[in-house]
Design a protein around this ligand. Sequence first.
Ligand SMILES: *Cc1c(COP(=O)(O)O)cnc(C)c1O
Length: 401
Amino acid sequence: MLIPMSSPDITAAERAAVAAVLEGGALSRGPQTDRFEAAIAAAVRSPHAVAVNSGTAALHLALIAAGVREHDLVVTTPFSFIASSNAVLYQRGVPIFVDVDPRTGNIDPALAAEAVAAVRAGDGRARRWLPPSLRHAGSRAASRLTALLPVHCFGQPAEMAPLVRTATENGLRLIEDACEALGSEYQGRPVGTFGDAAAFAFYANKQVTTGEGGMLVTPHRRWDRLFRSLRNQGRDTDRDGTYLHLGYNYRLSEMSAALGAVQVSRLDELLARRERVAAWYRLRMTPHQPLIEPPATGGALTRVSWFAYVVRLAVGINRRRVMRQLEARGVPTRPYFPPIHLQPVYRDRFGYQAGDFPVAEDLGRRALALPFSSVMTEEQVDYVTTHLVSVVKQQRAIVAA
Ligand SMILES: *Cc1c(COP(=O)(O)O)cnc(C)c1O
């Protein structure tokens, strides 16, 4: 058997919608984009949605709207896909990393509050939170704390109530990276509606795909207009031929938008199928705790929209060897996430070292994403689990010997 890491869930309805765009002739900036935006706005229960061509582009525009500019500080998590903090660097801002909750892998709200208080106090306490290369005195004279950027990791909602409080009490913009969490809910409310803007993504392995694509949602009418201008080279949305801002080409094609609109109309079905696959995995993993730990699920009012199925291997298990042996049996896996601060691009710029964010690093060493999609069969889940368990048990025998 050869199991794909992920597979898009495309039906005849998606194929027909894309074909109709190709026959109609309007391939960009047309009715499909409007339709897709309206569908996401309704699904997320947000008043404004603006389509762009990637989740990364959405994050970038959200940080522009938040006013992040050179030297500005943005409190965020090192345990994420690298795009979340790269967007801060695009604006020449500085991510202030805060370690994560070991259960969920999401930013620890108490540490985030502590970092915000320390950085705002601006005394010696602030230094501990700055990147090592910026800790010497005087280097932060011009820095401003601008925004809070939590990530809903693998579809598990971040602990939003205390994060909202920290942002409100300190006059910070709150931007949600909801790229892995379309359809997730925190305390009965969809993620993406807790702050000033949120980014969603539609790469091929996400819950809803447009091939490549992204979406911004915001409660602010002014931000909606700004996003529409910025995605279209900074054009005035009312007067063509006038350019108001330094803009980008972050427009989504009509083919992608048509695909997305159909996918969103199937959102409940897609999420239910993913939930079912996650339940098959959970049932098979549970007896093998703590050797293999299944992902945490939320409390009563939290709904997880499953993006990936990421287990944790017990300390001492050689993950690289497990991955190699599974690969040889037709089971691809991924080490989600390699912590951002330890990537060469961040180490070189900011001087981070191993040990700086121990929880994120521990998760980063032990986490293993298994094949996952809405079209996975129970038989495939069986196959993956049987081989994972056998390979890990073999490893444990080696460690014990
Ligand atoms: C997928 C993802 C992104 C970026 O989305 P793209 O569409 O690939 O640019 C950003 N943040 C997180 C957490 C993601 O998983």
